[in-house]
Design a protein around this ligand. Structure first.
Ligand SMILES: [Zn+2]
Length: 319
């Protein structure tokens, strides 16, 4: 699917020069203002005599005859071509069509041809504050071999190589592993966002600002279960496998225990580093067990109870 729709504002800009701006007056009125006569606009254009500087007589002017004196434009010579005024309505519509967006990349064409994902090619991202990304697409869903669909909620905006790796991960690793919980149907996520790392304004630009990252919030299942991969109550083995597979595929994986900003979601990206250095920081946590009570605590409690038992009844009444 190729997205070719142009922003409405762009189309409007393209046709504006062909229209008379609503606040403009006819050329005859503009002439009057330039000559500084101060007379009403429609009475002062003099094309038959040179300006003498004498005041006008004040007689009412014959508009009919004055209009007739305005010289008509000379016919346009054939060699000059049609010009804007000669454009038919159909020509004007054609002139308003903006330039075609760049064709889809090889990466996009190859991904779409697999039929493994519902994707739409998007124009390159280029924001003023450095958030740039060529080869961008919208990923709506991943199709499994059995034709089941896993939707991205909301649709993810990603660079094509990141989308390719994500589609492979969902099809080959995540969905099969998630079957221990139920049929996977959706992924709540966050993708492109022009911001600094961890939403710190002064920090280095996040991979999210390059459409090269995905945050996974919750997984949705056909049995209406909604789980978070950071939840210690979710099967440890399942989360452990997801972690291992993700760290094998992506260049950065951040979760609980990484930096304090990823305690409730998992971050995945394909940031290139020297020597293919990778970061895999996700502690698969378990529900903490209660700390065993030390024996000396029991002894202290027993002694305290013994003391209380020996007190006279009157002491209780003072409380
Ligand atoms: Zn993130």
């Amino acid at each position: 699917m190729l997205c070719i729709a142009a922003p409405a504002a762009l189309a409007q800009d393209a046709v504006r020069p062909l229209r008379t701006p609503p606040g403009d007056k006819p050329a005859i009125a503009q002439d009057a203002r330039m000559r500084g006569t101060g007379a009403p606009d429609v009475t002062v254009r003099k094309t038959d005599k040179p300006t003498t500087g004498k005041p006008t007589t004040g007689k009412p002017l014959d508009l009919k005859s004055r209009t007739a004196e305005i010289p008509l434009p000379r016919p346009r010579p054939p060699e000059a071509g049609p010009g804007n005024a000669a454009l038919a309505p159909a020509d004007i519509d054609q002139a308003a069509v903006p330039a075609e967006p760049p064709p889809p990349s090889e990466c996009f064409v190859a991904l779409e041809a697999t039929g493994f994902a519902t994707v739409t090619s998007l124009p390159p991202l280029a924001l003023a504050n450095g958030c740039e990304a060529p080869d961008v697409l919208r990923l709506d869903a991943v199709m499994l071999a059995d034709k089941r669909q896993i939707t991205f909620n909301p649709p993810a905006t990603l660079r094509c190589p990141m989308a390719v790796e994500l589609v492979r991960w969902v099809r080959d690793d995540l969905a099969p592993a998630a079957s221990v919980i139920g049929p996977l149907t959706g992924i709540e996520n966050g993708s492109f966002e022009c911001r600094g790392r961890n939403r710190v304004a002064t920090a280095k630009l996040s991979e999210h600002g390059k459409a090269n990252a995905l945050d996974i919030g919750a997984l949705l299942f056909a049995n209406r279960k909604r789980i978070n991969l950071t939840d210690p109550l979710v099967s440890h083995d399942f989360r452990d496998k997801i972690r291992a597979d993700a760290c094998a595929r992506f260049k950065t994986v951040l979760g609980p225990g990484s930096d304090g900003y990823h305690e409730e979601h998992i971050h995945l990206d394909l940031q290139e580093r020297r020597n293919d250095f990778r970061i895999c920081q996700w502690n698969v946590l378990d529900v903490p067990l209660p700390i065993p009570r030390p024996p000396e605590a029991d002894i202290a409690q027993a002694e305290s109870e013994k003391k209380d038992a020996g007190k006279p009844d009157g002491d209780d009444k003072k409380l």
